[in-house]
Design a protein around this ligand. Structure first.
Ligand SMILES: [Zn+2]
Length: 96
């Protein structure tokens, strides 16, 4: 039962991600890898872990330009890189 719910959640997240990428994504200028992350339904490109917290936000670590960890809320303004909390795989957030 639990795994069925998880599958439904993954599909739901993937759908929302598509909308997000093709609406906001265009002018927020996400990097190719970050778009792939969103389009994969928040799965890490390296370890394939499904990175969503119970409250439906991405479970990733956000870094600013000095490689300092910042809050998810600051990601759009200051975020430079994201990383997977499990395997530490890091990717660029936006194109510069
Ligand atoms: Zn990972």
């Amino acid at each position: 039962m639990k795994s069925i719910l998880l599958e439904i959640l993954k599909i739901y997240v993937r759908m929302c991600s598509y909308l997000h990428v093709y609406t906001f994504g265009l002018f927020l200028n996400y990097s190719e890898e970050h778009k792939k992350f969103l389009l994969s339904g928040f799965t890490c490109a390296n370890c394939k872990e499904f990175l969503i917290k119970k409250i439906l936000v991405a479970d990733v670590i956000v870094y600013d330009e000095n490689e300092k960890e910042i809050l998810m809320l600051q990601a759009n303004k200051k975020g430079k890189k994201f990383s997977c909390p499990r395997c530490k795989h890091k990717w660029e957030f936006k194109k510069y």
